[in-house]
Write a protein that binds this ligand. Structure first.
Ligand code: CS2
Length: 514
């Protein structure tokens, strides 16, 4: 197979005519496209979401000033893969028909005009942000890319990248550093304001980004901070599309479908949602042509999505890591887990959601379970399990807070939280070890060891798990003050106890019979 791959010609603009007719491709004059969007964080998600919607707007005859310059903040691998293809890549939407037969739709995306690698040439990135033609700077840098304290949402001024960037105007490392230093150059050159648009899974992502940017800018130059606050826009948005990491197997399959070799295609589910606040400082593309919805306030949509899609995803991922279920479809094929997720959503998450006109929560939940069950995605539970410290607050703990404030039970949510804590042991039920990938991995390991010690000191019996849960939920960077609520600590202790004594399937079944 490798030989076949190597012998195939590479995807390139002059070879688009060789593609099978079923593969969509740019229908606009790519050579006339100019860069209006600088995107920080050129991962698979941005290429399957923002770029796909932007491409649809161009194909629908949109303005030719909205090409994208993608920036990788760390590695050169995406640029290295895409540069020989002149930025072209394939987006494959995968699903299965009701009989489970795979279905897919492929499109070559053309709106990525340039890829930069920030550590190689930070000044080129700053120059792009400051360029006359740039009107939107968007971000998918994941939760940890904001260098904030997950529980409080404040910029962490002691974060090594922030400390570094405050002293390095021309060579920042963090997204926040690039934004502020780029805007500083922009203002210095007398250019107009831009829109700064976060597309990460964080509540009030626009407000959060604004807070981080202004906190950093105030340290650099208060007048700059004032200009940004007055002139730039920070729309919040809810983004939704499941995009698993591309594997070599995917590369081979895409090559077969294309008859050309694409070094980095992206695979995604067909489902896509993007609800974005219509406040832009310097215009925007007509993304509605690609399925985006413009609203006055994105908050209720964000809460719905973060609590349902991401909350249930994280619950599933941690329990699956312990149980040894490797992919999301494999996990939801377990009746006990599927039942648990339904109950979690129906009885504990849904009642905390803000009202959204026209939303049928039961239908949303059913569709979500079908999306998880998509057998063509092979979405790894370990991918979702990453960076739990950054994800827990908005995905599960805010929901716990809302339930406790209404004096409602939290047993399903507590099982998800206990699932995360249990996962931190780094070993599954069959004794297989895995790495904890988390920016707070070290502190979490220390806290975990303290919890084990506290449990040991408390001796046999229920007191042991209570001491364990109290120590772990006392980790304030993630739990804030939630660890001081005895109702929560008790619920987590009970859930952790059942996980330990009955295993994942047993604990899920026990919850069912309660
Ligand atoms: C997932 C999300 O990796 C994760 O943590 O929960 O990336 C999820 O697939 C998307 O947010 C779906 O829109």
């Amino acid at each position: 197979m490798e030989l076949v791959m190597a012998s195939l010609a590479r995807l390139r603009p002059d070879r688009l005519d060789a593609l099978p007719a079923s593969v969509a491709r740019p229908t606009y004059d790519r050579s006339a496209l100019r860069t209006g969007i600088v995107h920080l964080g050129l991962g698979a998600f941005a290429r399957a979401h923002l770029a796909a919607v932007n491409e649809a707007a161009l194909r629908a005859g949109g303005e030719m000033s909205w090409g994208i310059c993608g920036v990788s903040l760390r590695q050169a691998d995406t640029r290295d893969a895409l540069a020989p293809q002149d930025g072209l890549y394939t987006l494959v939407l995968r699903s299965a028909d009701p009989q489970g037969r795979p279905r897919q739709e492929a499109a070559v995306i053309g709106c990525l005009l340039e890829s930069l690698v920030a550590p190689e040439d930070p000044q080129a990135v700053l120059a792009r942000i400051a360029a006359e033609d740039t009107r939107i700077v968007s971000l998918t840098v994941t939760e940890k890319g904001y260098c904030h304290d997950p529980a409080s949402g404040q910029l962490n001024m002691d974060h090594p990248d922030i400390v570094h960037d405050l002293g390095q105007p021309l060579a920042p490392r963090s997204a926040i550093g690039f934004l502020v230093r780029g805007l500083q150059q922009r203002r210095g050159a007398g250019r107009g304001p831009v829109t700064l648009m976060s597309l990460d899974n964080l509540p009030g992502n626009g407000h959060l980004l604004r807070g981080m940017v202004l906190a950093f800018a105030r340290r650099v130059d208060p007048a700059l901070a004032e200009w940004i606050a007055e002139a730039c826009a920070f729309p919040c948005s809810m983004v939704d599309r499941i995009v698993p990491r591309t594997t070599d197997e995917d590369r081979r399959e895409v090559a077969q479908a294309l008859g050309l070799r694409d070094a980095w295609p992206v695979l995604a589910e067909p489902y896509l949602e993007w609800v974005v606040e219509d406040c832009f400082a310097a215009g925007r593309p007509d993304w509605a042509a690609g399925g985006a919805r413009f609203v006055a306030e994105a908050a209720p949509f964000e809460t719905l999505k973060l609590r349902m899609v991401n909350g249930a995803h994280s619950a599933l991922a941690y329990l699956s890591m312990t149980a040894g279920w490797n992919t999301v479809d494999q996990a939801v094929a377990q009746p006990v887990l599927k039942h648990y997720l339904s109950e979690l959503m129906r009885t504990e998450i849904a009642p905390t959601l803000p009202a959204l006109p026209g939303l049928d929560v039961a239908q949303y939940q059913q569709r979500l379970l079908r999306r998880y069950a998509n057998p063509a995605l092979k979405h790894q539970t370990r991918q979702i399990a990453m960076d739990g410290s950054q994800k827990m607050p908005q995905r599960l703990l805010d929901t716990v807070r809302a339930r406790l404030a209404a004096d409602q039970p939290v047993s399903c949510l507590a099982l998800a939280v206990a699932g995360w804590l249990h996962y931190l042991r780094g070993v599954d039920q069959a004794g297989r070890r895995y790495d904890i990938q988390d920016p707070m991995a070290e502190s979490l390991a220390v806290q975990y060891a303290l919890a084990e010690q506290a449990a040991g000191d408390a001796g046999e019996g229920p007191g042991a798990m209570l001491a364990w849960a109290a120590t772990l939920t006392g980790f304030t960077p993630v739990f804030g003050d939630l660890g001081r609520d005895p109702r929560f600590v008790l619920a987590v202790a009970q859930a952790a106890q059942t996980l330990r004594s009955l295993g994942v399937a047993g604990a899920l079944a026990a919850l069912r019979t309660r």
